[in-house]
Design a protein around this ligand. Structure first.
Ligand code: GP9
Ligand code: MN
Length: 693
C-alpha cells in the first residue's frame, strides 16, 4: 500500500513537472514570438561587433571573447529596451535607427583599424587633419568587403520587419497596456547583464578601462560599443576640466614665472655639446638597483656598468610618472612638466601647446625623430610625437617584425636596435645634425618570456669542499622563479641589446660626433617581498633572514619607494677619464633633464619646472605626481604625512611645510599649463621671450 502511494505520488509530481515544463517552454516560445524584432536587433548588433573583432584582431580568444560578447548583449538589450515605449508597428523605425547607429560605429572602426591599426576616437575625428586622413582611408578601403559587411545588420532587420508586417504580426501582438512594463523589465534585464559583466572584471580591466589608451584591449574585453561610449566620455572630460577656473590658473601661471630669468644661468657645462648629434635611449623599466649587481660573479648589466663608469652618471635620479607610465616619462623628459592630475597628458591633452626639447632643437637646425617598434597609437604617440616636435616617428610599420623576432610586447630590443642602426646611417647621411629618441620595449612587465632572454641564472652557487678534500657545487634557488628574478633576466637581455647597439653604432662611425643620453623611464613595479628576498636571503631555509640577524638589511616601504630610482646618464665615446666622467649624487628628477641637457646643447625654456642640476646642486627637490617629494636630506610621503631622514642634518617642521607648499604649487601650475593650454594662451609673451634670446 505504502509503495503504491509513493508511486502515485511520484507520478503526480512528474505530471506537475511536465506541466510546469510545458508552461515554461510555452513562456519562452511566447517571449520569442512576441519579441522577434527586438531579438533580431540584439543579435545583429552582437554579430557586427564580433565580426569587427574578427577582422581586426584575428585571434579566436579575441573575437569570441566571452566578456566582449556579454558587454555587447548588455548594450544592445539596453538600447533595444526603449523600443517598447513605441507601438509595435513603430518599433521598427526606432530599432532601425539604433541599428544603423551601431552599424556605423562598427564600419567606421573597421576602416579606421585598417588604416591606423587602432580604434577610432571621437576626439581625434574632431581634428580636421584626421578627417582628411580618415577620408582618404574610406576611399582606399571602400571596396573592401570586410568594411561593408556590417550592413548585414540593418538588412536582416529590414527583411525580418517586412516579413512580419506581411503576416500581420504587429497587429496580433498589440497589447497596449504592457508597453511601459515591458520596457522596464527589458531595462532591468540589461541591468542584470551589466552586473554579471561587472563581476567578471579584473583589476587590470578596470585600470585599462579608466585609462582608455590601450584600445585593442578595451575592445577585446568590453566590445566596440562600450569602448566607443567610454571614448566619448574620456574625450569630453578634459574639455570639462578646462571650462572652470581659467582666470585663476592664468594668474597663478604668470605669478609663478614672473621671477624666472629670461636667460639661462651659465655654468661650466654650457654649450659643451652644441651642434653634436644626440641619441636618447628611453630604457624601458630600467632601475638603478640592478647596476653593479652580480649573480654568481656575473653582472646583470655589464653595458650599463661600463657606460656609468665612463660617462656622466646621475646615480640619484628619479622618474616622476603617474598612471601614464612610459608616456608620462616622455612628457616630463621632453617638456620639464609634470604628468596631469587626471587622465594622461598624451591621451587627454594631446592637442595642447608644449615647449619641448625636439622643438627647440629643431629651431637650432636639428633634424628630429623618434623610433619605437610598437604600434604607433600606443599611448597616442602618433599624435603626441608630432606635437612634441619629432619630425618623423618610425613606428612598428617601419620595422620588419616577424614571429621569430618578437619578445614580450613586440619586436625584440636586439632586432629593434639592429634595424634602427640602418635608419640612423641614412639619417646621418642626409642631415647635418640630428636628435633622435629610441624607445626600448623588451624589458617590460610581466618579464615572463624568460626562455627568450638568453642564459642568465639568478640562483646562488657555492663550491663546498668535502671532508675527503673533493669539491662539490651546491645550488640555492635564491631569485629563480621570482618576478624580480625574471626581471633581472629580462634586464640582462636589454642591457646586452644596448651593448650590441653601441658596438654597431661605433662600427658605422655614428659615435664620433654623437652624445648618448639614457634614462630609465620608470620603475618595474615589482613586489616588495622579492626585494626582501634579494637583500635578505637565507640559503639555509631558502627563506628570509630574521630581522635580528646581523646581516639583515631593513627594506620597508620607504626603502621600496626610494629604490624606484632609475638611471640617467650622458655618455660619449671619448668621455672616459675626461673631466666630464663623473658620478653626480645630488638628487635629480626627470623634470631636471630638459634644463640640464638644454644648457649643454645650448637651448633654454623659461617655462620649465625643473632645474639645471649643475646650478641647483645639492639644493634640489624632486616632486612626485602624488605630492611626495625628496631632497638630499629628506624623503616625504604626503599620503602618510611622514618622512624619512636621509642625512644627519636635523629636519625642521618649517622645512617640511615650505617644501610641501613648493610641491603643491608646482603640481598645480604644471596641471594648469596643460589643462588650460596656458603656453598657447600666453603665446604672445612666450614668443616675445624667444625673440629676445
Ligand atoms: C609601449 C611601451 C610601454 O609602447 O612604451 O609602455 P608602459 O606600459 O611602460 O607605459
Ligand atoms: Mn615604460
Amino acid at each position: 500500500m505504502k509503495r503504491l502511494k509513493s508511486t502515485f505520488h511520484s507520478a503526480k509530481e512528474n505530471t506537475i513537472h511536465t506541466v510546469k515544463k510545458i508552461k515554461k517552454e510555452h513562456l519562452i516560445t511566447k517571449y520569442l514570438k512576441n519579441n522577434i524584432l527586438f531579438l533580431t536587433f540584439v543579435l545583429t548588433a552582437v554579430f557586427n561587433s564580433t565580426i569587427l573583432r574578427f577582422f581586426c584582431m584575428h585571434m579566436l580568444e579575441n573575437y569570441l571573447s566571452f566578456k566582449a560578447i556579454l558587454a555587447d548583449i548588455t548594450v544592445a538589450v539596453f538600447i533595444g529596451s526603449f523600443c517598447y515605449l513605441f507601438k509595435p508597428k513603430n518599433r521598427f523605425t526606432y530599432l532601425m535607427i539604433a541599428n544603423i547607429f551601431l552599424t556605423a560605429i562598427c564600419m567606421i572602426n573597421s576602416v579606421y583599424y585598417t588604416f591606423y591599426t587602432s580604434f577610432a576616437s571621437v576626439s581625434m575625428l574632431s581634428l580636421t587633419q584626421y578627417i582628411g586622413d580618415v577620408g582618404d582611408a574610406v576611399v582606399e578601403n571602400v571596396l573592401q568587403l570586410k568594411d561593408i559587411i556590417y550592413i548585414i545588420g540593418p538588412i536582416v532587420l529590414a527583411i525580418v520587419h517586412f516579413k512580419l508586417k506581411k503576416k500581420n504580426y504587429y497587429k496580433k501582438i498589440e497589447i497596449k497596456s504592457d508597453r511601459k512594463k515591458r520596457m522596464l523589465s527589458t531595462l532591468a534585464a540589461s541591468g542584470i547583464l551589466a552586473l554579471l559583466f561587472l563581476v567578471t572584471m579584473t583589476p587590470l580591466d578596470v585600470s585599462r578601462f579608466a585609462k582608455q589608451w590601450n584600445k585593442e584591449y578595451i575592445v577585446m574585453r568590453f566590445g566596440i560599443y562600450v569602448y566607443q561610449a567610454n571614448d566619448v566620455i574620456t574625450s569630453i572630460q578634459p574639455k570639462i576640466n578646462s571650462m572652470f577656473g581659467y582666470d585663476k590658473a592664468n594668474k597663478a601661471f604668470k605669478d609663478y614665472f614672473a621671477d624666472v630669468k629670461e636667460e639661462p644661468e651659465k655654468n661650466e657645462y654650457s654649450d659643451i655639446f652644441e651642434g653634436k648629434n644626440v641619441i636618447v635611449i628611453h630604457a624601458e623599466s630600467m632601475q638603478t638597483n640592478a647596476i653593479g649587481l652580480k649573480f654568481n660573479d656575473r653582472e646583470v648589466t655589464p653595458t650599463l656598468n661600463k657606460l656609468t663608469k665612463e660617462g656622466l652618471y646621475f646615480s640619484n635620479f628619479y622618474s616622476q610618472v603617474s598612471v601614464g607610465t612610459s608616456s608620462d616619462s616622455e612628457l616630463t623628459y621632453n617638456t620639464s612638466l609634470m604628468p596631469t592630475k587626471s587622465g594622461t597628458a598624451f591621451v587627454s591633452y594631446y592637442d595642447r601647446t608644449f615647449i619641448s626639447t625636439p622643438k627647440l632643437l629643431q629651431e637650432k637646425g636639428y633634424y628630429t625623430f623618434s623610433m619605437h617598434a610598437n604600434n604607433a597609437d600606443f599611448w597616442n604617440r602618433r599624435t603626441m610625437h608630432e606635437n612634441l616636435g619629432y619630425e618623423r616617428f618610425f613606428s612598428k610599420k617601419d620595422y620588419e617584425v616577424t614571429k621569430e623576432n618578437i619578445i614580450g610586447l613586440g619586436l625584440s630590443d636586439k632586432e629593434f636596435f639592429k634595424q634602427s642602426v640602418e635608419k640612423l646611417k641614412k639619417i646621418n647621411e642626409e642631415n647635418q645634425k640630428w636628435y633622435g629618441t629610441l624607445i626600448m620595449l623588451t624589458n617590460h612587465t610581466p618579464f615572463s618570456d624568460t626562455e627568450k632572454y638568453g642564459d642568465f641564472e639568478v640562483n646562488m652557487k657555492e663550491t663546498v669542499t668535502k671532508e675527503d678534500g673533493t669539491t662539490e657545487e651546491v645550488i640555492y634557488p635564491y631569485m629563480e622563479g621570482t618576478k624580480l628574478g625574471n626581471y633581472f633576466k629580462s634586464y640582462h637581455y636589454a642591457d646586452e641589446a644596448l651593448g650590441e647597439f653601441i658596438s654597431e653604432l661605433d662600427e658605422a662611425g655614428l659615435l664620433d660626433n654623437t652624445v648618448i643620453v639614457l634614462y630609465g623611464d620608470h620603475d618595474a613595479r615589482l613586489p616588495k617581498a622579492d626585494y626582501n628576498r634579494l637583500y635578505n636571503y637565507d640559503k639555509e631555509s631558502d627563506g628570509i633572514l630574521s630581522d635580528e640577524d646581523p646581516n639583515y638589511i631593513k627594506y620597508d616601504s620607504y626603502q621600496y619607494e626610494l629604490g624606484r630610482k632609475v638611471p640617467f646618464l650622458i655618455w660619449t665615446k671619448d668621455m672616459a677619464g675626461s673631466e666630464l666622467n663623473q658620478e653626480i649624487t645630488n638628487v635629480m628628477g626627470m623634470y631636471d633633464v630638459m634644463p640640464t641637457l638644454g644648457n649643454m646643447l645650448g637651448f633654454y625654456n623659461k617655462y620649465q619646472l625643473g632645474h639645471d642640476i649643475f646650478n641647483i646642486k645639492d639644493n634640489n627637490i624632486v616632486v612626485f605626481p602624488n605630492g611626495n617629494w625628496v631632497t638630499n636630506k629628506v624623503y616625504y610621503n604626503s599620503q602618510k604625512e611622514a618622512y624619512l631622514s636621509l642625512s644627519d642634518e636635523a629636519i625642521s617642521e618649517e622645512e617640511i611645510k615650505s617644501n610641501n607648499e613648493y610641491a603643491n604649487k608646482l603640481l598645480d601650475v604644471s596641471d594648469d599649463i596643460i589643462v588650460f593650454d596656458l603656453l598657447n594662451e600666453n603665446k604672445d609673451a612666450v614668443n616675445e621671450e624667444k625673440k629676445g634670446e
